[in-house]
Design a protein around this ligand. Structure first.
Ligand code: ADP
Ligand code: MG
Length: 587
């Protein structure tokens, strides 16, 4: 049971256990010994009942009773020794898994954290490795015990009176069959669905909570809450459905297991026709005590099957991260000749997507030029910008910085060349100083202050209780979306990279912040190659060139005046934009 085609989970566990893998085998072996020893007292019990019923030398009862006590205690001690072995091995496996995961995650393209959600990755690193640890430490030895106990009990039951034994086994066998229907392959699928529903709910919860400052500033409560609520509803619906599926097999299982008593009573009637002998009383009494234990043992088998499915699911999740191809690190180590950015027939399709997010886009940005990308939502602007910094690698085509392919530039160098200010850049729960310093760990406090000044953040700093040492998100020091944005701009100022990408960076800025954010950007982009993606078309009018994206393609390009004259998509978008601004002002 539990073996899934093409997935040898025990082999994987042994790999992670490394030198400790023998400890797992040893632990299971010791657990098996304890399981056998614990059965002997049931023989003692039969002897004790036999002495009592047959009126034999009652002095011998004490002998058997002590033997039972001693064996039970020693079996317990032996079992503890087994747990000790499996725990040591389990901790090792968990530690190895986590370090392999962390080593792998560092090498992954940044886009993965977008595509799969950071919440999901965090859950895999924490929960899936913890599930594996629990499985090895507790469930593996329990599984060995669970396999031996019912067999041992059945041997006992059949050896004393095979006829009554056989009758008792009927409900136990039916119950076992019911259980098997619950453990089938479909259940594996269910287990995965369950984990997925949990993942969605937890990442939506994280998003919801993290987005609260922004949500509050813009009054988007209903929209942002809806996704979280949908996730909860989805989870609730799933669990109800799952429970309903299990209703009948579970009812049948519990009925069969508890029906054992009925069968014992029936067999007592059947066999008492020949007269009630001492032997019959002995066996009936014995079976009333022992047969329910078969139930308990079988239930344990059921749980060990379920635990195994959880484990397989956890391991598959860990493997899903380990299987992601790391970003290829170039060996050529080329250096860009200047700060121009060139796209040659760039196409990108997201994993599992049915259509290209970016289709055959080509353009060239000269060093120091300021260009804008505009276009309807979903037209591929963000994807295009992310491709430049290798969040993903292009599916087709090529991206060059200063004549060097981005794949040939060592990724550390590439990161130094480009600053990326995201639409939803968020601050981490540290002081403002540390938040800004992330861009340049060796920056002095004076440098950080200077960057904050250039990013127009001094009004924020002044109102905070401990200035730049204030920890964001602590003791009620929350910043609005626009304020957070300005702090992240200070980060970019400090980094001082020659190429700058701003992705709809002013979209969340409240009116109060907008002019300051705008001024901060102007300071930031002086003398730099700038690619700005903008919602508010007023901010792109002064760009050297504007590229208009539509459905993954670059459909128009030129200056604002040229594009207005061309009377195409840009003209229509600008009209619409002007009207919405008028409307807002009017309202
Ligand atoms: P824009 O920034 O212009 O709004 P995007 O680059 O975000 O557009 O998206 C372009 C297209 O790619 C859209 O159709 C979007 O649904 C799709 N897309 C964006 N991100 C992902 C992702 N992580 N996985 C799959 N498809 C995505
Ligand atoms: Mg976008």
């Amino acid at each position: 049971m539990g073996k899934v085609k093409g997935f040898d989970h025990m082999k994987l566990i042994r790999q992670y256990a490394g030198g400790h893998k023998h400890l797992i085998t040893l632990g299971r072996f010791i657990a098996a010994i304890s399981a056998v020893i614990v059965l002997v007292p049931y023989y003692d019990l039969w002897k004790i009942i036999s002495i009592a019923v047959n009126n034999e030398d009652t002095g011998r009862i004490g002998h058997y009773a002590w033997q039972a006590v001693i064996l039970t205690v020693s079996s317990l001690l032996i079992y503890i020794a087994a747990l000790l072995c499996t725990h040591i091995a389990a901790f090792r496996v968990q530690a190895n898994m986590r370090s392999s995961l962390m080593r792998r995650i560092i090498t992954l393209p940044l886009g993965v954290f977008d595509e799969d959600g950071t919440g999901k990755i965090r859950r895999i690193v924490n929960d899936s490795t913890a599930a594996t640890e629990t499985f090895i430490a507790h469930q593996l030895p329990d599984k060995t015990v669970a396999a031996i106990t019912p067999i041992g009990l059945m041997v006992l039951i059949f050896s004393f009176n095979w006829k009554i034994g056989l009758i008792c086994m009927i409900p136990a066998a039916i119950g076992f069959a019911c259980m098997m229907t619950m453990m089938g392959k479909g259940m594996q699928e269910k287990m995965r669905e369950y984990q997925n529903a949990l993942d969605v709910m937890s990442s939506e919860a994280t998003e919801y909570v993290r987005g609260i400052p922004v949500v509050k500033t813009f009054g988007q409560t209903v929209h942002s809450f809806k996704r979280f609520k949908d996730a909860i509803d989805g989870f609730g619906k799933w669990t109800t459905g799952y429970t309903l599926i299990l209703r009948w097999p579970m009812t049948a299982f519990m009925t069969c297991i508890n029906a054992i008593f009925v069968f014992i009573v029936i067999s007592a009637f059947v066999f008492s026709k020949d007269g009630i002998t001492a032997g019959l009383i002995l066996n009936i009494m014995y079976y009333i005590i022992v047969t329910p234990l078969v139930t308990v043992a079988l239930t344990k088998v059921a749980y060990s099957g379920e635990a195994e499915m959880t484990l397989i699911d956890a391991l598959k999740r860990v493997e899903s991260i380990m299987e992601i191809k790391p970003l290829e690190e170039s060996r050529s180590g080329r250096k860009p000749a200047d700060m121009s950015v060139e796209l040659k027939n760039v196409t990108y399709r997201y994993k599992d997507a049915s259509r290209d997010a970016v289709k055959d886009v080509s353009f060239r940005i000269l060093p120091g030029e300021h260009v804008a990308l505009v276009g309807p939502s979903g037209s591929g602007k963000t994807t295009l910008a992310e491709l430049i910094v290798r969040f993903f690698d292009v599916t087709d085509g090529e991206i060059l910085i200063g004549g060097a392919g981005v794949k040939d530039i060592p990724s550390r160098e590439l990161m130094k060349l480009v600053s990326f200010v995201f639409q939803d850049s968020r601050l981490i729960k540290k002081s403002i100083l540390e938040n800004v310093r992330m861009a340049k760990p060796d920056a002095t406090e004076a440098e950080v202050l200077d960057a904050l000044k250039k990013a127009q953040c001094m009004d924020i700093i002044e109102k905070l209780p401990e200035g730049i040492h204030t920890v964001i998100g602590e003791k009620g020091t929350y910043l609005s979306g626009g304020e957070q944005q300005r702090i992240t701009i200070a980060r970019a100022v400090l980094k001082d990279a020659p190429i700058l990408i701003l992705d709809e960076a002013t979209a969340f800025a409240d009116p109060d912040n907008e002019s300051k954010v705008q001024a901060a950007f102007e300071e930031l982009s002086k003398g730099k190659t700038l690619i700005m993606i903008a919602h508010r078309l007023s901010t792109v009018m002064n760009a050297d060139r504007i590229y208009v994206m539509d459905d993954g393609r670059c459909v128009e390009s030129g200056t604002h005046d040229e594009l207005m004259a061309a009377n195409g998509l840009y003209n229509r978008m600008f009209d619409e934009y002007s009207r919405s601004v008028d409307w807002k002002v009017g309202a």
